[in-house]
Ligand binder design. Structure first.
Ligand code: GLA
Length: 386
């Protein structure tokens, strides 16, 4: 992969390597001040870059066979150098430049060539990987020292305010902080985080339903506003609640009476999912893969029935997996509405599990799933191109 990048951009001496992520537990809670447990994975965006003397960013995506250029001076316009709207993928880097400028940095002009094996639209955060790759590249070129959490927040802001997806911090956090062989526990309120080793003799298997996420941005933003509405109702009884994080399992029953059904269901998912992450961390630390897997299964049921972000293909993948020997737990991962499931599997059974899941999915749906074992990996970094 490095040679291809070098050939496409011979002036580049450095590249940013930025991982995708999978979330093991704690779904749709990061924008409710909740607790999450993602891991960066060994699927990467690689971006070769070379500083320019002007303020122009020229970027080429080899996978999409697409080129775009913009001036950092005119980034607010979301237009390319010819005055045309930037293609969708280019909004992510442009958003990062915008965000850096808002924070008082002056991002340099750069030539950039990108390649990626993070599947696009599969819920593995290819967009956060692109954002962090550019943020790290600009930081390198500018010689700035920006703390990783701040870099992640800058990228989240780019996605929220520039691209227009009101995501939480989880994806950018995971991409920035990944640790090999570890899941990453993050408290999205205090921003305290900790790497947590995966149970011994387990493998993480990702199964891509091959159903592209549809309407995910609008449905995602809708879930966010349903949570806001749930909070407004909950505050009638608990005026001190700042977010759904402040509603406990016991409190929930008290607010049920003052709330319509939909916001109540959304709230119940959030409150119980945060509990699952608390318990899940203890189980991981006790090397209890079976106990953790049960929480993953419960998480899937909740995302399906209470949060309504699953689709039949993901339900099928999770149900088949949960019945395959050696599988501790299976659930949809990421925002939902398509994309992937994540499975925690006994490592000796992992190869057989992959085959059994592919076969079962094909039999039941007639569709092909891409199923692969992945490794928790380090977060974004810069390396010289040889
Ligand atoms: C997307 C968002 C994250 C998070 C998940 C759902 O991946 O980018 O911030 O909300 O959905 O857990």
């Amino acid at each position: 992969m490095d040679e291809v990048l070098k050939e496409a951009l011979p002036t580049a001496e450095w590249m940013a390597i930025s991982p995708g992520r999978v979330n093991l537990l704690g779904e749709h809670v990061d924008y409710n001040d909740g607790l999450v447990l993602p891991a960066a994975i060994d699927r990467y965006v690689k971006a070769a870059f070379a500083a320019r003397d002007d303020e122009v960013v020229r970027m080429r995506s080899l996978d999409l066979d697409s080129f775009a250029a913009f001036s950092v001076r005119d980034v607010d316009s979301k237009l390319d150098l010819d005055g045309n709207p930037l293609p969708n993928w280019a909004l992510y880097p442009a958003g990062v430049a915008w965000s850096l400028i808002k924070e008082g940095f002056a991002p340099h002009g750069m030539d950039v060539v990108l390649r990626s094996n993070v599947p696009i639209g599969a819920g593995l955060s290819s967009s956060a990987a692109v954002e962090l790759a550019f943020a790290a590249a600009w930081q390198h070129v500018g010689g700035w020292k920006i703390e990783r959490m701040r870099l992640a927040q800058l990228c989240q802001r780019a996605e929220n305010a520039y691209v227009g997806v009101k995501c939480g911090l989880m994806d950018q956090f995971a991409c920035a902080h990944g640790v090999a062989r570890h899941a990453l526990y993050l408290d999205t309120r205090s921003l305290a985080w900790q790497p947590i080793p995966l149970p011994l003799k387990t493998a993480i298997v990702i199964a891509d339903s091959s159903v592209e996420r549809e309407l995910s941005a609008s449905a995602y933003n809708q879930r966010r506003s349903e949570c806001e509405s749930a909070l407004a109702h909950a505050r009638k009884i608990f005026p001190q609640a700042q977010s759904l994080r402040d509603v406990s399992v016991e409190d929930m029953e008290k607010v049920k009476a003052v709330m319509p059904e939909i916001p109540f269901k959304r709230m119940r998912h959030v409150v119980e999912e945060i509990e699952r992450v608390k318990q899940g961390c203890q189980l991981l630390l006790a090397d209890d893969a079976a106990g953790f897997g049960k929480l993953m299964n419960a998480g899937h049921t909740s995302l399906r029935d209470l949060y309504a972000v699953s689709i039949p293909a993901l339900d099928t993948l999770a149900a088949i997996a949960q019945n395959i020997p050696g599988c501790y737990g299976a659930r949809l991962t990421g925002a939902g509405f398509g994309g992937c499931t994540v499975n925690l599997v006994e490592s000796d059974s992992a190869e057989d599990f992959v085959e059994a899941l592919k076969d079962g999915y094909q039999r039941e749906t007639g569709m092909q799933a891409k199923v692969y074992i992945c490794k928790p990996s380090r977060g974004v970094y810069i390396k010289p191109i040889k």
